[in-house]
Design a protein around this ligand. Structure first.
Ligand code: FAD
Length: 457
């Protein structure tokens, strides 16, 4: 066994004898694969990767981290673009082996462990004709996405992912295992619903489910020379969306390898087929799409339709903010910047916040974003490391060009590694001070700091 600075060999052996998961160090088989996350730009080497199989493993790995004083990172699905799931030289508490999912169809609830991905979650709940709000694509982790708020196809009808979270089994900074809910530790539960990984490690999460088998969804793409009209149509059409309908509008490249630039409208309607066809009629009749595939399909299928655009290991740099006014100037600027995009994998998106997600009080959970409007996102994605500077510069330049139309209000889940404390404050707005007070109570030494960090008050 190689000697690792900061971790005593004897102590590691004692832990290894009890640990039901896998402990990996630099030279161990599987270490390389385990340290990698979705964003290929992230290249960190933890001193130890503790691949947990249960709550007791988490508690013990965390105890080791406290004793050694090494930095802790927590990995759920590994999708965070900022790469906060991995630490350089510290202890990575990796939940990706924790895949347990138990659906109670009668009570319409599900318990899922912290390493589950949305595709895995949907597959199990769909067996019972049930679903809840998850992410837009299927390879994202349920834990990180939910704790950061969780926007997805069903927000109009069922709210954000946090709005469906009923409880969590949480390992706190001092190693206590708490069940947190509206009844138990309500202050902690309030903070957990949006507070990211700041308040503990969620070993499992309990969600409310809703009957949903089939949706009416898919994608329509249009030639780029008509992109302004498409985005104006998107703006006008989304002024008063029914709760059943979610639309994401944007500028993308064809994921078929051709890299053709396109304007796109992706939709998901969770009502009846008749109602969907009625509500979607203006969109189905709009313009001359290069391709339109919109119709009835199972909910898990709509959750995978954009997956190909985000392959694991591709290099990612993102910029994001809510839009103040989506006027023609903003649309012209987006299209103009898109024509200068250096990578055939990059895109820009607008997610419509509306319906149930916007009927919750901004202070009821840690998520303040309860106003109807658009969340704007530049996703720079490329594969050639040599072109990194160019692709990062494009995302930053695009964000700067659109800035006059943006609010100072940002979606936590999309923040990148260089978004500093002011970005975290603008993600939480009026909820920041209360979050800092809860942080002081449950994690006064800021053990959980490798995240979009809330400083203890
Ligand atoms: C391609 C892509 C699509 C996305 N789509 C959406 C979307 O539709 N909606 C949306 O809201 N966001 C979306 N995101 C953002 C995503 O929600 C965040 O990146 C989120 O952090 C991912 O969760 P994860 O578990 O995969 O992340 P990880 O990288 O594993 O973890 C990120 C952070 O979350 C915390 N964390 C993770 N697991 C736990 C746990 N069990 N307990 C406590 N803390 C934990 C930790 O602080 C960790 O640093 C997307 C990201 C990508 C790359």
């Amino acid at each position: 066994m190689a000697v690792v600075v900061g971790i005593d060999e004897e102590r590691l052996r004692t832990l290894g004898a009890r640990f039901s998961g896998v402990l990996l160090r630099l030279k161990d088989e599987g270490y390389e694969e385990a340290r990698r996350v979705h964003n290929g730009l992230i290249d960190k080497r933890p001193a130890l990767i503790a691949r947990c199989r249960g709550t007791a493993d988490i508690v013990e790995a965390l105890a080791l981290a406290r004793e050694t004083g090494l930095e802790v990172s927590v990995r759920g699905g590994g999708h965070n673009v900022a790469g906060r799931a991995v630490t350089e030289g510290g202890i990575m508490i990796d939940l990706s082996l924790m895949k347990g999912i138990h659906v109670d169809p009668k009570a319409r609830i599900v318990h899922a462990q912290g390493g589950v991905l949305w595709g895995e979650f949907n597959r199990e709940t769909a067996l019972h004709g049930l679903a809840t709000t998850g992410g837009v694509i299927s390879t994202t982790g349920i834990a990180g996405l939910t704790l950061g708020g969780g926007v997805g196809w069903l927000i109009g009808k069922y709210g954000l992912a946090v709005d469906n979270l009923l409880s969590a089994e949480l390992v706190t900074a001092d190693g206590e295992v708490l069940t947190v809910s509206d009844e138990d530790h309500p202050d902690l539960f309030w903070a957990l619903r949006g507070g990211g990984g700041n308040f503990g490690i969620a070993a499992s999460l309990e969600y409310r489910l809703h009957p949903l088998e089939q949706v009416y969804g898919g994608l329509a793409v249009y030639p780029l020379d008509g992109a302004q009209e498409v985005l104006r149509f998107f703006r006008d059409f989304t002024q008063s969306l029914p709760d059943d309908l979610m639309v994401v509008g944007g500028l993308v490249h064809a994921p078929d390898g051709s890299g053709v630039p396109l304007a796109a409208l992706a939709v998901c309607h969770s009502g009846s087929i008749e109602q969907a066809e009625k509500d979607l009629r203006p969109l189905l009749d709009f313009g001359s799409p290069a391709m339109s595939q919109i119709g009835p399909l199972p909910y898990p299928a709509v959750n995978t339709m954009l997956d190909d655009g985000y392959p694991r290991g591709a290099l990612n740099y993102w910029k994001t903010s809510f839009i103040r006014s989506l006027d023609d100037g903003a649309i012209d600027e987006m299209v103009d910047r898109f024509t200068a995009c250096p990578s055939p994998m990059s895109g820009m998106f607008m997610e419509v916040f509306h319906g149930a997600a916007t009927r919750v009080d901004p202070t009821a959970t840690a998520v303040q974003h309860r106003m109807p409007g658009y969340n704007f996102l530049v996703t720079s994605v490329w594969t050639d490391m040599e072109t990194t500077d160019e692709n990062v510069a494009w995302a930053r330049g695009t964000y700067d060009a659109i800035k006059p139309y943006l609010e100072d209000r940002r979606w936590l889940n999309y923040l990148d590694h260089d978004d500093a404390e002011d970005a975290v404050r603008s993600a939480y707005g009026p909820n920041y001070e209360r979050l800092a007070a809860v942080k002081r109570r449950y994690d006064p030494d800021n053990l959980f700091r490798l995240n979009h960090n809330i400083q203890p008050a």
